[in-house]
Structures are given as C-alpha cells and as structure tokens.
Design a protein around this ligand. Structure first.
Ligand code: FES
Length: 71
C-alpha cells in the first residue's frame, strides 16, 4: 500500500478498489454492494473506472465535498 494514498477500498464491503475494478464497471461494483451502506467510496470508484487507479489520497483534488452526497 502506498502510504500517501491510503484510500484503496470500500470499507463497508471490505473490498479493495482493485477487486471492485475487476468487476468491470461502476454498475457492477454497485450491484456488488459498493455505495449501499454509505456513499464514501463512490467518488473514488468513479475515478477507478475512469483512470484505472486504485489508490488515492484522502484529499485527492479531483474529489469535491459535494461528491460525497448521494443525491
Ligand atoms: S465505503 Fe463503500 S459503501 Fe461505504
């Protein structure tokens, strides 16, 4: 794990972003349960499926506070 990029999993599912990426799409990740319990992983998963990255800084500048809203 990269210490500068500690965000690397859906904590509610206890599944890594790398494992969720293997599912192939955001829809498949959501069907597996990502974003059901909270929406904290969803902004990161959007970037996972856009870029293939699977580890992020907590304050990744691509993510805005509003992105954590589930509305
Ligand atoms: S962190 Fe993914 S649903 Fe809570």
């Amino acid at each position: 794990m990269n210490d500068d990029k500690p965000v690397n999993m859906c904590a509610c599912l206890n599944k890594s972003f790398a494992a969720l990426k293997e599912l192939g799409s955001m829809d498949a990740a959501r069907e597996a349960g990502a974003g059901i319990e909270c929406c904290g992983c969803l902004p990161y998963l959007e970037i996972v499926f856009e870029t293939g990255e699977t580890e992020f800084a907590i304050d990744d500048p691509r993510i805005e506070e509003d992105d954590f809203s589930d509305t």
